[in-house]
Write a protein that binds this ligand. Sequence first.
Ligand SMILES: Cc1cc2nc3c(=O)[nH]c(=O)nc-3n(C[C@H](O)[C@H](O)[C@H](O)COP(=O)(O)O)c2cc1C
Length: 295
Amino acid sequence: MASSLPIFISPAALARLGHPDGEMNLVRAAGKAKILQGISNNASCSIAEIMSVKQPEQHLIFQLYMNKDRIAAEKLIRRLQSDGFSAIMLTVDAAMPGKRELDQRTKGHWEGPAANGKVGSEEKGIAHAMGGYQDPDVCWDDIPWIKSLTELPLIIKGIQCIEDAERALEMYKVDGIVLSNHGGRELDYAPAPMTVLYEMRQTRPDLLDKHHVFIDGGVTRGTDVLKALCLGARAVGLGRAFLYANGVWGEEGCTRVVEIIREEIVLDMQLLGVTGLDQLTPERVKYVERSRSRL
Ligand SMILES: Cc1cc2nc3c(=O)[nH]c(=O)nc-3n(C[C@H](O)[C@H](O)[C@H](O)COP(=O)(O)O)c2cc1C
């Protein structure tokens, strides 16, 4: 899937909390900028709304949470290709919602987009209410099952160690992985994806050469993108940057995020003295251990 820049929009739930047009703003901006986007299983816009603003040649990736109702899961997986999606991204780092105190204090009877009209009787924070359909027992064996239901490429999002990367890419032969800790919203002390990427470069550089390894989390500057590319990531996702932009300026804000990152990537490459992405090599970055006193 071609992209005009080595960045993509990471999937994020409920973009309508930020703007009435929700995910449609992000899809329009991604289409105009010709970059890839993940659409959350918990998107607030319907698939029909999302597809109504997608450009014909634009690629959208459906981010899947495994539903414990396997019949509903199968139905969804089977229809994604004809709905117009180009790939599936199975998120595996959030089978249970993390401990998000602010969210948990926002108690209410919420109905998530994937709830099919089922509102629980118990008051919960949004993440717990919305994720109630998810299967906490999602496991490796689900990969061949998903593959048996669709011809779409399968990417696993939320890989946080080299062993799992090896298993996903070599044993289960998925089409790509995203090194991610869900933007630090799930397990406290989960390693930064950039650290895992660095470890992969040290221990299994062949994985990076042979496979599609992506990364997201904490990316706010062009230099963050370049560091990941130097270490061997194929592309870098941004979540919050687009959510903030959508909340304040809608589609225009999302377009501006791409422009700023594009300007920074180009300028930073000029300052590094490189003329192509292929010249972004591991020697250009140095890993500096965080001082223990700053932890
Ligand atoms: C508000 C919010 C909602 C999110 N919802 C999802 C989601 O539905 N599915 C998913 O796979 N990741 C979700 N994520 C995680 C993002 O895909 C991504 O991993 C993370 O935002 C990257 O970090 P960054 O925000 O620092 O760029 C969400 C993140 C945020 C901030």
